[in-house]
Design a protein around this ligand. Structure first.
Ligand code: FAD
Length: 409
């Protein structure tokens, strides 16, 4: 379908919304993003782009810049805090790697790409609902609506008001901070390093590269915490926390001392992806999980690529949405299930589950077949989510992919 002249309203200028907007605008669509922020800005610290998310960024022509700013991650390594026994050790296959990047760095690159493609922004615009219709609109908190559009997309993340349920919040969240990278050699520059005590305490250090050219390299430090313990944590004060980190993981105590931690809450939900006719959800608005499996940002990029490719490929918006759901649903259902099953092994009050984790997962990652399976699972590549999308359809020049040219001959 030719997207030139198409009008598209996207709610949410996060990872999914910005990448979808840039992709569609490059195809000639008239795209406007509505976000509640007074100016577009990222929330959160840093994360790992897996080969799935990197494939999308590569198709967008952004991978070189992402690689310049991010840090290559070749191993995810977890030990028990008490005995220092390794209970998680996962690498990448065939020389592949992840890219750990500061959220602000990826956000800036996506924002620049969206602006360069001609995307319009309506900031300080809190979206409250979707007004249904063949040409739906976004309802805004100030009583106004967006103009009628050919397609409306909810990319408002886990707290999207469309289909919101407070019961989806998980008991455990985390304190996150971006801190100066410790280059002394205590931490490896290509590893996500974690420490666990049962499933009730987890901490991690992830090198995340630089925010912009010439800036100092940084790391993300995270410390899991029950949401209901936050008040007690605040009352106890900063020194008590640094002391607790020191007892738990002495080598990381100086990172806690340098931190300005932000408390993040997590949700687990899989909502209906269709909000109304010609209206669809992407990213965390559709499917949110705890970051334990590290897939959320990658999933949002895959959703954006899938929807754009389907729109370019199909003759109508409804056919495109149907294709997009076929392309994404299996991968999403599988990872949602996996996250639901695995989260209690890493973030819960259970004693039994982490014990079985420590006995089984560490040794399992040493068996070649299982190691391969766990690697594919952790990197998000199981069920071939990239192959299902047809990334070649993201190209705005309208050229048919090779396979379709052959079919027409
Ligand atoms: C602490 C933390 C650590 C994480 N670590 C990882 C990781 O290691 N790897 C990984 O892949 N993922 C990770 N994630 C998950 C990842 O950040 C999300 O899955 C991803 O950001 C989802 O992208 P999105 O575009 O769907 O939503 P978001 O990036 O959350 O963007 C939503 C946008 O919508 C806007 N918005 C919200 N409500 C409204 C409204 N009512 N009106 C208008 N605008 C609105 C917001 O301002 C925001 O700009 C982590 C998440 C958190 C919180």
């Amino acid at each position: 379908m030719k997207l030139a002249g198409f009008e598209i309203a996207i709610a949410g200028a996060g990872i999914g919304g910005l990448s979808l907007a840039a992709l569609l605008a490059r195809h000639g669509a008239t795209v406007t993003i509505y976000d509640q922020m007074a100016a577009p800005q990222p929330v959160g610290s840093g994360f790992v782009l897996q080969p799935t998310g990197s494939a999308v960024l590569s198709a967008m022509g952004l991978l070189d810049k992402v690689e310049q700013r991010g840090a290559r991650i070749r191993r995810m390594h977890g030990k028990l805090s008490t005995t220092r026994r390794t209970v998680l050790d996962v690498g990448y296959r065939n020389g592949a790697s992840g890219i750990a990047i500061q959220r602000v760095a990826l956000f800036d690159l996506l924002l620049d790409a969206a602006i360069a493609a001609g995307v319009g922004f309506e900031t300080a615009s809190r979206v409250t609902a979707i007004e249904p219709g063949v040409r739906p609109r976004l309802k805004l908190g100030n009583g106004k609506t967006s103009s009628a559009s050919d397609l409306v997309v909810d990319a408002m993340g886990a707290s999207s008001p469309i289909g919101y349920k407070s019961s989806t919040e998980l008991d455990y969240g985390a304190l996150w901070a971006t801190v100066p990278w410790d280059g002394s050699g205590v931490f490896r520059s290509d590893e996500l390093e974690q420490r666990y005590h049962r499933a009730s305490q987890m901490a991690g250090v992830l090198p995340v590269g630089t925010a912009k050219d010439g800036a100092a390299p940084m790391a993300t430090f995270f410390w899991s915490i029950r949401n209901k313990d936050m008040a007690a944590w605040r009352d106890a004060g900063r020194e008590a926390w640094i002391e607790a980190v020191h007892r738990f993981w002495p080598e990381a105590a100086h990172l806690a001392a340098a931190a300005e931690p932000v408390h993040a809450r997590y949700r687990h939900h899989t909502r209906l992806p269709l909000a109304a006719i010609n209206s669809v959800k992407i990213g965390d608005a559709w499917h949110a999980t705890s970051p334990q499996l590290g897939q959320g940002a990658n999933m949002a990029l895959l959703d954006a690529a899938s929807l754009c490719a389907a729109l370019a490929r199909e003759p109508s918006v409804s056919d495109a949405i149907a294709r997009h759901l076929r392309q994404r649903q299996l991968h999403i259902r599988f990872y949602q299930l996996l996250s639901r099953v695995l989260t209690p092994f890493y973030q819960s009050d259970s004693r039994l589950l982490p014990m079985s984790r420590d006995v089984m997962i560490g040794p399992a990652t040493k068996l070649p077949l299982l190691r391969n399976l766990i690697t594919t699972l952790v990197t998000g590549e199981l069920l071939d989510p990239v192959g299902r999308i047809g990334l070649e359809w993201l190209s705005p020049d309208g050229a048919l992919p090779m396979s379709d040219q052959t079919a027409l001959l």
